[in-house]
Ligand binder design. Structure first.
Ligand SMILES: Cc1ncc(COP(=O)(O)O)c(C=O)c1O
Length: 366
């Protein structure tokens, strides 16, 4: 609806308004000139995998074997797809922590497997993991547990204790633990990056990490991501890649090496802007009647709970028609999402100021 209307303040998308930085575009142009226009290995170019291993060494202090534990994918969603397809047989079950970006659950269903969505409850203004509900959800067919940290849409990031407990739970029930870490660089904690589950697990653990260039480097349209996984799964994912997309575009992989090597200053700058946006919007929303807004620890979303709301889809439609502010309804994010609305604050400040003003008027009239 919003796409067909003029003058909408679009805060419903899951991407920033910042174009891909020039140094990455130039690297892609140079890569084409240099002949990076041919097929590559199914797991991605060895040089790209090496660059990713070096990124993990520098940023997370973990050693990943580039030749056996990394698969470059054509986006984060393709990484999710490869990981999920490699772990689930038809009839198997996967547990997904929600509210979450819906694609993980959808891919489980496309694998003819069954999704059990376990909502993350808000306790004292912070989202948590309901470990009792996780225990109750496990059956003899459960093979996979998927969580997203930092989370879209919650902005929640797993604590060290959360990660220990998720690992312990997955080991005890012999599950694959899949961590979607595509927002790891959009993190407002003390460190440069959200702590990865890879710092906690051993290389024998059944762990899969999904990551992407989309959010960190404003490369959504390029379609480039990767997975890090135990070597048996990584080998299967690389084989499976042959029949899905074969590999990510070669000049894109080459440009990504430049992004990894020289992108830190741009990431720091983007984070400063996002922090200012988050603080501005969180403060504005906190003043509106009927909204409870946990302070996001990462990603670029706010997910306020709206008092008494039972139909977030209708509510977002009304906001759109009456104020021309486009938001995403919480119900789109699965169990636990109804009753909330998602606001993407990766927009220009002047758009955010106008959107918060219109939303404030709407909430006061409600
Ligand atoms: C939680 C999460 N995971 C993965 C993705 C996929 O990103 P991409 O496929 O652009 O790499 C997104 C995109 O919005 C996301 O929000």
């Amino acid at each position: 609806m919003a796409m067909g209307m003029d003058g909408v303040l679009k805060l419903y998308f899951g991407e920033s308004n910042v174009p891909t930085p020039d140094y990455i575009k130039h690297a892609a142009q140079q890569a084409m000139t240099d002949g990076y226009t041919f097929y590559t290995e199914n797991a991605g170019m060895p040089s790209t995998r090496k660059a990713l291993a070096s990124y993990y060494r520098k940023l997370h202090g973990v050693e990943i074997d580039p030749s056996t534990e990394i698969v470059v994918t054509a986006s984060g969603v393709q990484g999710l797809n490869m990981g999920i397809r490699c772990t689930l047989d038809p009839g198997d079950e996967a547990i997904v922590l929600t509210p979450a970006w819906p694609n993980g659950s959808a891919i489980v269903q496309m694998s003819n497997a069954v999704v059990k969505q376990i909502p993350q409850p808000m306790v004292n203004g912070r989202y948590e993991i309901d470990f009792d509900a996780l225990e109750a959800a496990v059956s003899s067919r459960t093979r996979l547990l998927l969580f997203t940290s930092p989370s879209n849409p919650l902005g929640w990031a797993a604590t060290s204790d959360d990660q220990d407990r998720l690992l312990e739970f997955s080991r005890r029930h012999s599950l694959w633990l899949m961590a979607d870490e595509v927002y790891e660089r959009l993190y407002f904690g003390d460190s440069q990056v959200a702590p990865s589950i890879l710092k906690k697990c051993t290389r024998e653990d059944a762990v899969i990490v999904v990551n992407s260039f989309s959010k960190t480097y404003s490369m959504t349209g390029w379609r480039l991501g990767w997975i890090v996984a135990r070597r048996d799964l990584a080998a299967r994912a690389a084989q499976l890649n042959e029949f899905v997309i074969s590999h990510a575009a070669s000049f894109t992989q080459r440009a990504a090496e430049t992004a990894l090597a020289t992108g830190e200053a741009q990431i720091a700058e983007m984070l400063q802007t996002l922090k200012a946006n988050r603080d501005y919007c969180a403060a504005a929303l906190a003043k509106m009647p009927g909204l409870t807004v946990p302070n996001p620890e990462g990603a670029f979303y706010l997910f306020p709970k709206v008092e008494g709301l039972i139909d977030s889809f209708e509510f977002c439609k009304r906001i759109l028609l009456e104020t021309k502010v486009g938001l995403a309804p919480g119900v789109a994010f699965g169990a636990g999402g109804e009753g909330s609305i998602r606001i993407c604050y990766a927009a220009e400040m002047k758009i955010l100021i106008e959107a918060m003003s219109r939303l404030g008027d709407f909430m006061s009239r409600r």
